[in-house]
Design a protein. Structure first.
Length: 155
């Protein structure tokens, strides 16, 4: 499945909401959907069961915190939820790295690249919300190896 194919399958109850305009939200929701198969595969291995649970929770938390934050007024309150979403994106990338022995190298590379792309977008949103008062060191995220037009590897 490709990202464009996935976009066509998202129900109007989601796509009609103003948050759908945010590309980072769409990507976070997409990451959660494609991560489902990864979580299922990991959960079948006894040693990876807790990793699967943590990955599932962190992937879902990215878009969930964006939706809650988007409903807040702009500024510090909204930035706080975006920061939580950023933490969940980083956590998801970390859990994918820890899953590299159980998932294919192609899946790990794709998922970590997608997470890094989301992380870069969220970090920039926080900076905008806090009016350049971001609490972490500025980092340029290399997302050039990530493409939404390629076939999505599945476990």
């Amino acid at each position: 499945m490709k990202y464009a194919e996935w976009l066509e399958k998202v129900p109007s109850e989601i796509t009609a909401d103003p948050i759908w305009k945010l590309e980072v939200y769409r990507l976070a929701l997409f990451a959660n959907d494609i991560g489902w198969e990864d979580v299922l595969k990991l959960s079948k291995e006894k040693l990876m069961f807790s990793t699967a649970d943590q990955l599932h929770r962190s992937l879902g938390s990215i878009s969930a915190n964006l939706t809650e934050g988007y409903s807040r007024s702009k500024g510090l309150d909204r930035a706080r939820f975006i920061e939580i979403s950023l933490g969940s994106a980083r956590e998801s990338r970390d859990w994918y790295y820890k899953s590299r022995h159980a998932l294919s190298a192609e899946v790990i590379k794709h998922r970590m690249s997608l997470a890094t792309h989301i992380i870069g977008m969220l970090a920039s949103m926080i900076q905008h919300q806090r009016k350049n008062a971001i609490r972490e060191e500025q980092t340029k995220y290399n997302t050039s190896s990530f493409s939404l037009n390629s076939e999505i590897p599945m476990p």
